[in-house]
Design a protein around this ligand. Structure first.
Ligand SMILES: [Zn+2]
Ligand SMILES: [Zn+2]
Length: 388
């Protein structure tokens, strides 16, 4: 099945010509639960993984109660405990601002502890968790990806527990030449310690190209930002959520940011591109980013408002073709006052009646943003995670 995002209700590049040169194409993936093979592109589906290559496991930074034994490690752990004590002493007497320097130092100390721990326990990691398949893209389906010379498959797996510093699953990317894979490996089953919200349902994808524009915070010109904000006054549509970047799981394009914008650089100073956004929420609003085919699957309802016999007002919801039975309805033991019922003309989608796709729950309805350097030959990656 193909998916069609409706044409935008407003042509922002015509209204604000500076936006035209910032347009990028994103590939929306529209995941739907379904069976695929290792020889197809998918999200959360089987991978073209060579039998002779061990299935990847993650061994880093998982919970480990063992104390560090090196002198450096002991100093760090003493400092971490002291910081916890100082922060606990401030709780209730200090203000949020007082805590900020402690959090900053704690982040640094914990990062150093992770580094020391990786060295000290290199031969005996706390727990090794099988990584899980998140995405597989063949170049024939998504040629927009920066496939390194001689490769035609991009595979993304992640460790399905929260990792610092983002408290999000830790992804890793593999690029392959499909012609070199003769026999397939059997994927390891996810560990029972995996976060359920980080384990995707296997989905087919239906790539759809859409044109996107940057979040207004990503616009270099303050004057343009102000002009857009002014135009939004009295408009039904808002530039950010409705007219700039697509929500949901997608390849490339501009970031659909939940918090601040992110624009990482690789260690060589190259600007990195969005390789993949993995989203907990797929669809976006009806009439704007929700694909017509998805909207056709939604259930709709109407709101009914009324006054109760005790004088208070109330409301309820009925199916779009249902009749409201005022005589048979009561709320907290009170009936509906005769002649007080109004049924809304407007149809409202039933929450969660749209297909759930991969059915992920990353943090609180979060997005994981995977960046790649399109310039460095080994394609270094970076991760950003944001949630509500
Ligand atoms: Zn891990
Ligand atoms: Zn680079």
């Amino acid at each position: 099945m193909g998916f069609t995002t409706p044409d935008k209700p407003v042509d922002v590049a015509a209204l604000f010509p500076e936006l035209a040169e910032l347009a990028r194409t994103a590939v929306r993936l529209h995941p739907r639960e379904g069976t695929t093979t290792a020889h197809e592109s998918s999200l959360g589906g089987p991978l073209l993984w060579p039998a002779e290559e061990p299935w990847p496991v993650c061994t880093i930074d998982h919970d480990d109660p063992r104390p560090l034994t090196s002198a450096e490690g002991r100093v760090l752990e003493v400092r971490k405990n002291a910081l916890h004590d100082e922060m606990n002493a401030l709780v209730g007497v200090g203000t949020q601002g007082d805590m900020a320097p402690f959090y900053r130092e704690l982040d640094k100390v914990q990062a150093s502890i992770r580094e020391v721990r990786r060295v000290e326990f290199a031969d005996d990691p706390a727990a090794s968790l099988p990584m899980v398949a998140i995405a597989q893209f063949y170049a024939r389906d998504i040629p927009e990806l920066p496939f390194p010379e001689g490769t035609d498959v991009c595979q993304v797996l992640w460790c399905p527990v929260d990792h610092e510093p983002h408290y999000a699953p830790r992804p890793q990317v593999w690029w392959r030449d499909s012609s070199t894979v003769k026999a397939l490996a059997t994927a390891l089953e996810p560990d029972e310690d995996s976060e359920p919200g980080c384990l995707p349902r296997a989905c087919r994808i239906a790539p759809e190209r859409v044109v996107e524009f940057p979040d207004s915070d990503e616009l270099a010109s303050a004057e343009l930002r102000d002009r857009i904000a002014e135009w939004e006054q009295g408009q039904k549509w808002r530039y950010g959520p409705h007219l700039s970047a697509a929500p949901g799981t997608k390849v490339g394009g501009w970031g659909y940011w939940i918090q601040d914008i992110a624009q990482p650089e690789c260690s060589e100073g190259h600007r990195m591109d969005l390789l993949l956004t993995v989203a907990s929420a797929e669809h976006g609003d009806v009439g704007v980013w929700m694909a017509q085919e998805t909207a056709a699957e939604l259930e709709f309802q109407r709101e009914v408002r009324f006054t109760l016999t005790n004088g208070s007002t109330g409301n309820t919801w009925i199916g779009k073709d249902e009749e409201f039975d005022a005589a048979g309805f009561s709320l907290f033991g009170h009936g509906v006052a005769p002649g007080s019922v109004t049924v809304s003309e407007e149809l409202v989608p039933v929450t969660n009646s749209a297909p759930r796709g991969m059915d992920l729950m990353l943090g609180d309805v979060g997005n994981l943003y995977l960046f790649v350097c399109p310039t460095c030959p080994d394609r270094p990656t970076a991760v950003e995670f944001q949630c509500y």
